[in-house]
Design a protein around this ligand. Sequence first.
Ligand SMILES: [Zn+2]
Ligand SMILES: [Zn+2]
Length: 189
Amino acid sequence: MTATTHNWLLRSRPFLIFLPIILGLGILVARSENLTIGDKILLPCLGLLAWTLVEWVAHRAMHAQPTSKRLACFLDELHMRHHREPHDLEHAVISLRAAIPLAIILFCLEWLILQSAWLATAFHAGLLSGYLCYEYVHLATHRPTIPRLLRPITRYHLLHHYQNPRRGYGVTSPLWDAVFGTLPDPRKT
Ligand SMILES: [Zn+2]
Ligand SMILES: [Zn+2]
């Protein structure tokens, strides 16, 4: 395997694993007779919105300063390395060692809260779609050429990297930064 193929595989791993899962969940939901049309539309939309909150909370948690050396190393590998090496796209995506357990834990939580595997499946399809959008947007913000549509959100994310890493935890949207008072100050650039 060449280095280029290896790097491409590393960068693409969330899409290679989660895209087929989302498609499978989507087909299950679309064909299900246990869900109403309203469930099939509303729950994935709510899952998508819930992802933006998960994104904010997870990113905020990764900037915690733990006293445990082991946890600090884990967070470093998971995120702080990306702050030191923002152009290393292979390490800009969330490691599958963290993404897969998180996806399973969240599905169990959704099942527990919604009290139905079908409702949770429809919700989870939206949530995982939000996660893949995040991976796409985040990779795009660190590439040399940025699609025109993503330029505002790129500027926003780069404020988190280069102005104040304690602000701007939202990557796909500033929604929860506005709610929790962690919006960056663009005037300081
Ligand atoms: Zn970044
Ligand atoms: Zn960060």
